[in-house]
Design a protein around this ligand. Structure first.
Ligand SMILES: Nc1ncnc2c1ncn2[C@@H]1O[C@H](COP(=O)(O)OP(=O)(O)O)[C@@H](O)[C@H]1O
Ligand SMILES: [Mg+2]
Length: 568
């Protein structure tokens, strides 16, 4: 490809709207342009990169026996109503009507669709197991589309589905996907961690996420030497690091706290630390209010709360509900005197005394309160794991990191096969329900996460396997006949060696050409310049900026060797 004929609209300045590095650089380097919130045009460079990513994904899915299909993005409502997800997906689902007034939606994922295919066609145990996959566009009306390609409303997903006769078969399909995902992300050059995940709205029993540690992410991962889990699911030793009790006479006393609503407000007002405060949260568990009481510096883990209450659906109570049940607003709530609902007390409050909590009277709090004495409740481990907590696996310290989720695998179990009536006959002629798995990878996320991981002040530093080009051949002066001729020879040699090469034939100053190639993140540049009369060119590695003098005739094979040794 000849750069002078390509559409690569690089920008001099950082775009103001971009907060995270990948968003900023993908715009600046001319990979993408926004069409609307969370909807992007993928220009030439992004598309080249994404095609390389999808090819890696496809090869690894084929290698575990996956069969590629292509399913419609436009789905009839009935199929989603059968599984119950038409309602469950709420505002995240794009919905529309056809000319006859029939309800349709744009697919967010395809469990329902593959299950309809399977139930219509699979009859016998002899047809199982199956692994079906596709690389296709998904639509999700995300509440906060942001960060460029990291969270968009239209994106490309590789989604696959497994069907097996028995749980052992599902375990095998799951393990195959786990291994294939590791190979995919390794080949894409990403550093990632695999963590235990919460199965959430998908239902099912086991789930792992593939995460790239990055401040641009929106997920949190808890990790220790022998443990890694999504914060939503993470556990730690229930006992919190000890905290000292405030002075006091153990008899609760009301005091006026005008305008003091948050834990931080109260710390400043009472001159006592967060560990001397209690926070009281009114939650709705399957429609019933439950009060959760935690230490001021702790947060509620909704997952632990859900398992403590046994509720299927939980949410924070709305302000009107809080007022109705507690007689006060959210800034002044407390557990003392609460009898109309279950009270759950976090383990970190066991044995503490003389603490502060809301008085259920707006602008008043209580001090000298002792959990278990001045109010009763059931003790549970309710708090979200925090930095420095103790691992249940090995007693080591845990840390918390922000991450980007690039892949997710689930054991679905029987949720869809059961609800949508997928049955096959087993060896003895009895009807049985197959067991399913579901596995997703975000294609844009791989590109964006790679940029987050690998960039410097001059631009992207993409792994060669997913960079839009592997090498750029740059004559310093495109009008110099000799340089141009040597560059053409090297470019042709690169192509002949199977290297994805770009020829920067633009009539631009060398500084501009170097800057652009650094910005778009091409792993190697072969510069043809003033050493040409000695038969020498420079090969510059983007990552290290180290330059090596190489003979003209060896340039292509030098880059080829480098690429081969950098591929994992
Ligand atoms: N809004 C989005 N924008 C880009 N990629 C996404 C988005 N939502 C999901 N993905 C990608 O698709 C994969 C599978 O999605 P899934 O686990 O169903 O999504 P989520 O965890 O957001 O509910 C994710 O691991 C991620 O790589
Ligand atoms: Mg997920």
């Amino acid at each position: 490809m000849y750069w002078s004929r390509l559409f690569i609209p690089t920008l001099r300045e950082d775009p103001a709207e971009a907060e995270v590095a990948s968003h900023r650089l993908l715009l600046r380097a001319g990979y993408i342009r926004q069409l609307a919130a969370g909807i992007y045009n993928y220009l030439y460079l992004a598309q080249r990169s994404m095609l390389k990513i999808t090819q890696i994904v496809r090869e690894e899915m084929d290698a575990i026996g996956g069969q590629e299909m292509y399913l419609p993005a436009l789905n009839p409502a009935e199929v989603w109503q059968e599984s119950g997800r038409w309602d469950l997906m709420g505002d995240n689902m794009f919905r529309l009507k056809d000319r006859f007034g029939r309800q349709l939606c744009l697919g967010m994922t395809h469990e329902e669709i593959v299950t309809t295919i399977a139930r219509g066609e699979l009859r016998s145990y002899k047809q199982l197991p199956q692994i079906w996959y596709q690389i296709q566009t998904k639509f999700r009306d995300e509440p906060r589309p942001k960060s460029g390609l990291l969270r968009v409303r239209q994106f490309i997903m590789k989604d696959s589905y497994s069907f097996d006769l028995a749980p052992a078969g599902l375990d095998a399909a799951y393990d195959k996907h786990h291994a294939a995902y590791c190979r995919i992300f390794d080949r894409c050059g990403l550093e990632y961690v695999v963590v235990e995940a919460h199965s959430g709205a998908m239902g099912g029993s086991q789930s792992h996420e593939f995460m790239v540690v990055s401040d641009a992410g929106e997920d949190f991962v808890v990790s220790g030497k022998n443990y890694a889990a999504n914060l939503e699911k993470a556990v730690s030793v229930a006992k919190a690091p000890a905290a000292a009790d405030p002075e006091g006479d153990l008899s609760p006393e009301e005091f006026h706290t005008p305008g003091q609503k948050t834990i931080a407000d109260l710390c400043a007002f009472t001159k006592l630390p967060e560990t001397s405060q209690m926070k009281s949260l009114v939650m709705m568990a399957d429609g019933k209010p439950v009060l959760a009481v935690l230490r001021g510096d702790h947060s509620l883990s909704e997952t632990k709360f859900a398992s403590a209450t046994g509720a299927a659906e939980i949410r924070p109570a709305h302000p009107e509900e809080i007022r109705e049940w507690m007689g006060a607003d959210a800034g002044s709530l407390g557990p003392v005197g609460v009898t109309r609902m279950r009270v759950l007390i976090d383990e970190a409050l066991r044995g503490r005394c003389n603490l502060i909590c809301g008085a259920n009277k707006t602008d008043y709090h209580l001090r000298h309160v002792t959990p278990g004495e001045d109010f009763k409740g059931e003790f549970f481990d309710l708090r979200q794991v925090a930095e420095g907590d103790t691992s249940v696996v090995d007693g080591g310290a845990l840390s918390v990191h922000k991450t980007v989720e690039i892949g997710h695998i689930f054991k679905l179990g029987y949720k869809y096969s059961e609800s949508m009536g997928l049955r096959v006959l087993n060896e003895t002629g009895e009807e049985i329900t197959p067991i399913m798995g579901s596995y997703g990878i975000g294609i844009e996320r791989i590109l964006a996460a790679a940029v987050e991981l690998y960039h410097d002040k001059d631009g992207m530093v993409l792994p060669a396997s997913i960079a839009p080009f592997a090498v750029v051949v740059t004559p310093v002066n495109a009008n110099d006949e000799g340089q141009r001729k040597a560059a053409q020879e090297i470019y042709d040699a690169c192509k002949a060696a199977g290297i994805d090469a770009l020829f920067d034939d633009r009539d631009e100053r060398p500084g501009v050409k170097f800057k652009d190639s650094e910005l778009i993140g091409i792993p190697y540049r072969i510069t043809i310049g003033k050493k040409l009369p000695q038969g020498v060119v420079e090969v510059v590695e983007r990552r290290t900026k180290v330059s090596t003098d190489v003979a003209v005739k060896d340039a292509a094979s030098f880059v080829s060797d480098r690429l081969a040794s950098s591929a994992r």
